[in-house]
Every structure is written in C-alpha cells, then in structure tokens.
Design a protein around this ligand. Structure first.
Ligand code: G4P
Length: 507
C-alpha cells in the first residue's frame, strides 16, 4: 500500500449523515458499512434488542432508551477511498454534539424520507452545514414505499432550502414496484433483477429522464463544492437500492479533506506539518477499560504512531502511544493516519474539546462552538461530604461536553446548562455510575446565559458590579446570567462597551 501523503489525503472522504429521526440514518449507516465490508450483519437491521442499534450506540443509557447519544466515527474502505463516517446523535437534546461533529467533516449526506420530504430537524442541520459551507449530497430514502413524486421532492428541496438539485440517479418504479435506479450521468441502469424492455417502468423512466434533463441543472462539481447545489440519489436503504450509487458519488466527487481555518492562517490539508483538532471527548466507551478518548480530526500532514504533538493551549507535549481507528465493531491501533482521518487518542483528561495538536507551528483552529444553553439548573448535592468529588466530576464531564458548567462567582452551588433535558438525565446517571455522586436538580431564577467579552478594565468593572449574576464557565471565562430576556437586553444596552454573546468558540 502506498503511503504517499498526497495520494492518501486525496482518497479520504470524511462525512456525516444528517436527517430527521426515522428517515433511515441508522439503516443507511449499516448499509454503507456493509458495502465497505466493515460489518457482516445480515439484512435484519431492525433486529430487536441488543442488535437493534448500530455499534455507534455505546452507552447504557442509550440502549435503555433506544436513542443515540454519543458521536462516534466509523472507518471503512470502498472503491479506492477511505471513508470516515462520523455518526451524530439522533436526538435533538444532543444537538451540540452534532454541531461540533459537523466542524470535523468535509461533506454531509442529507437523508430524506420520500413520503415526508424535508422535516424540521433536517432543515436545522442543513442550516448548520450551510453556515459552515459543507457540501451536501441528498439521499431520498424509502422509495420502496408510497412516496411523493420525485419531481415534487426535488422541488421541495430546492424551494425550501434554497439549494439547487441535480439528480444523479432516477428511481425505476415506485413503492412496491421500485426495482432500482437509472444513472443519469453514466446512462446505466442498476436494477435488482431483469426487466423486459417494454416494462412500463423503463418506459416511464425514459420519459421522465427527458423532463429531468430539460428542467433541472446538470451536476456541477464547483456549485456542489460551494454548497449551492446538491446531487440527489434515490433509493431504499432497507432494500439496499441506491446505496452503491451514493458511495460511488462520494468516491467520484465527494470532497477531499478541506483547508481548516486557524487563528493565524488557513491550514491546507496537504501541508506536511501535522495538525489535528479535538472535536469530541468520550469517556468509558469500553466499560472494561475506564478510558477517555479524545476524537481528533487530522487537519494536515501525516500522523505516525509514537510521535509527540504539542497541545497548543498548554504547550505540553502529548505522546501518541496508542492512537486508534474505529471500525463498526472494533478499534485498532492507528500506525499512521492522514489529513481527513479521525483518530481516537486515549488520555486521562489532558485533552479538551477545541484543542489543537500541532507538530511544528503554534496555531489554534477556530470554529468549534459552545452554544448558550437553553435550560439552566442548579445542582443539588445529596451528600455534602462529596462536594469536592462533585466539583472534579462536573469539570470533567463539562470538558467532555456532556453539559455546560457555570460556577457562580458568589460561591453558591454550581449550575449546569443544557440544550435538552435528556442531557440532565445523562449527567445524573454518569455522576452516579462513574463517580458515585448522587445529585438532583433545582430550578434557578436565571433564564439566560451569555458570554461577556470586552476590554479588560471595562469587563473587570462589570464583573465586580454584577457579582451575584456572574459565573465562570468551564474555561474560567465570564458568563452573565439574566433572569429574563428583557433584563439581558437592558444590561447589554447599559453596557455597550461589552459584547454579550450566545456562542463561544473553543480555544
Ligand atoms: P433513523 O436512524 O433515521 O432514526 O432511522 P432508522 O434507520 O432507524 O429507520 C427508521 C424506520 O424506517 C425503521 O423502521 C426502518 O426499518 C425503516 N426504514 C429505513 N430505511 C427504509 C427504507 O428504505 N424503506 C422502508 N420501507 N423502511 C425503511 P421501524 O419500523 O421504526 O423499525 P423496526 O421496527 O423495523 O425495527
């Protein structure tokens, strides 16, 4: 196998799947992994019980509730490419995790249910991709069921998302008669069985394809890369129709590892100096080994096991003794990795979300966000003897991104901030299970949290005037807490030398 970095980088395809729950993300994921030979699970994707979810669902709480909480990565090969599929939690209470993951991909596959069209969560995730200029491929799933007309679906995508659509394939037959796809570019059929030439489905395709060619733009790789146009694939994940079309599309024009913006400059994937960005921390993936894995996307260069990288935030050298790749069922030592790859780095809490690791140059990647939480709760500790333990546990779990932590400056008990209440359940379960600390939650009069930025003297004055409404976040940065939107606005008006922000970049 060649280890020419330029060659290796060019064949990386790092992507995520975005969809509304139930559109078929899990099923498609399993199909993709199977196509890449990564899993041997037979067609019974929906087997009940333990096998029901994909391997990306690790934690007990997920299994209990049948939801996917954590974000993980799965690597597989297909065609001449190495694919890194970054899984994202399906439940919107964990959307922060999803947003961070989207900072580590080069493309997204948007899965749409052919009967339902664009749904709320698809739209929201699409907007995030658009903000980050992530090119999108569209997979219209469940064509084996009663569905909307393909033209109507394309129209919905383009009008409701303001995104041009270029069908790459066209469905042959509908619902129970759906038997395959026609590749508009290669002019070839991919069918599950033989059809007579006079078959009405083929006749219909011929007519529809003429219409498609007349009415819709052709696939244009530049418009796709710029995020203005999406190639569209029709299929049925459950029947394994159209999945290979999608993979072939990713091989052919799926974006290669892109340049990554840092504070001092933009880093090209093909640069020789190694850089990597930590976008996710996960603890206890393997209940037999209490470990903590930092997921880092290699942004440039070639990673070799054993090398030492500088953690730019602290200046510490981090030896990479056991970087790991993840497959559907296993993990393996990563002897080498290239830009576009995602490696897991075991550590004991040294690495944090947003950390940049660098071989040569001091720079910090930007754009991994914290969002102001929508729900704030005071943590109530049942056993006062455990205050110190709780403090450490909350810090660790906040660094992992389970919740956001706010320590009031007046010394009152800590607060946590979340996007959705399931995060509180996860926090409570993990504090009890992993740290032996029982907690409860109490409401607080505070409704909103905003990071405060400004010139030091002005900021210091504000912080000391507002002490009872100030807290420190996980990094020690000041956060202003307001009891109402009105009060937040008022405070911002009275302090126009300061900025009150609802997003903070990790540094
Ligand atoms: P998600 O991860 O996006 O939430 O979706 P998931 O793959 O879990 O699929 C949701 C439901 O849709 C599942 O049925 C799944 O079998 C079904 N499904 C997925 N792809 C297709 C497809 O191409 N065609 C059809 N007809 N169905 C599809 P379920 O009834 O919720 O689960 P189960 O009871 O079958 O386990």
């Amino acid at each position: 196998m060649s280890t020419d970095p330029a060659f290796e980088i060019a064949r990386r395809r790092t992507f995520a799947i975005i969809s509304h729950p139930d559109a078929g993300k899990t099923t498609l994921t399993e199909r993709l992994l199977r196509a890449g030979g990564a899993i041997q699970l037979a067609g019974n994707v929906r087997a009940k019980g333990e096998r029901r979810r994909t391997r990306s669902d690790w934690m007990g709480i997920e299994r209990e509730r049948g939801i996917s909480v954590v974000t993980s990565v799965m690597t597989f090969e297909y065609g001449d490419c190495v694919f890194n599929l970054l899984d994202t939690p399906g439940h919107e209470d964990f959307s922060e995790d999803t947003y961070r993951t989207l900072t580590a991909v080069d493309a997204a596959v948007m899965v749409i249910d052919a009967a339902k069209g664009i749904e709320a969560r698809t739209r929201k995730l699409f907007e995030i991709c658009r903000l980050r200029d992530i090119p999108i491929l569209t997979f219209i799933n469940k064509m084996d069921r009663e569905s909307q007309d393909p033209f109507a679906l394309l129209d919905e995508v383009s009008s409701s998302l303001a995104l041009d659509t270029a069908p790459v394939t066209w469905p042959v037959g509908r619902a129970a008669d759906f038997v395959g796809t026609y590749d508009l570019r290669k002019r070839a059929y991919h069918l599950t069985g033989e059809l007579a030439q006079s078959d009405p489905r083929l006749v219909a395709v011929a007519e529809e394809v003429d219409l498609v060619r007349a009415a819709l733009p052709e696939f244009d790789i530049e418009a796709f890369a710029a995020g203005h146009l999406t190639p569209v694939f029709f299929g049925s994940a459950i029947r394994d129709i159209g999945v290979a079309d999608l993979l072939d599309g990713l091989v052919e024009y799926g974006p290669k590892p892109r340049a990554q913006p840092a504070d001092t400059r933009v880093v090209e994937a093909t640069e020789s100096g190694l850089t990597a960005l930590v976008f996710k921390i996960q603890a206890n993936m393997d209940p037999n080994h209490r470990d903590r894995i930092a997921f880092a996307r290699v942004c440039s260069g070639r990673l070799v096991r054993g090398m030492r990288l500088k953690q730019v935030r602290t200046g510490k050298l981090i030896p990479l003794h056991a970087p790991q790749f993840f497959f559907a069922r296993d993990r393996a030592l990563a002897e080498e990795a290239f830009a576009g790859d995602v490696v897991g780095i075991p550590n004991h809490g040294t690495l944090r979300i947003g950390d940049t690791l660098s071989e040569i140059e001091d720079l910090n990647f930007v754009g991994v966000p914290y969002f102001a939480p929508e729900i704030l709760r005071r943590v109530r500790l049942d056993d006062a003897m455990k205050a110190k333990k709780l403090r450490q546990a909350l810090q660790e779990l906040a660094e992992e991104g389970v919740v956001q932590l706010f320590r009031p400056q007046d010394g009152s008990p800590p607060m946590v901030g979340v996007v959705g209440t399931l995060q509180l359940d996860v926090l409570q379960a993990r504090l009890a299970g992993e740290y032996g600390v029982a907690i409860g939650f109490e409401t607080t009069p505070f409704q909103l949290a905003r990071w405060v930025f400004g010139e030091k003297a002005t900021l210091d004055r504000f912080v000391s005037d507002q002490r009872s409404a100030m807290a420190d976040d996980v990094d020690g940065d000041p956060v202003f807490l307001a009891t109402s939107a009105f009060m937040m606005r008022r405070t911002a008006e009275l302090n126009h030398g300061l900025a009150f922000r609802d997003i903070k970049d990790f540094r």
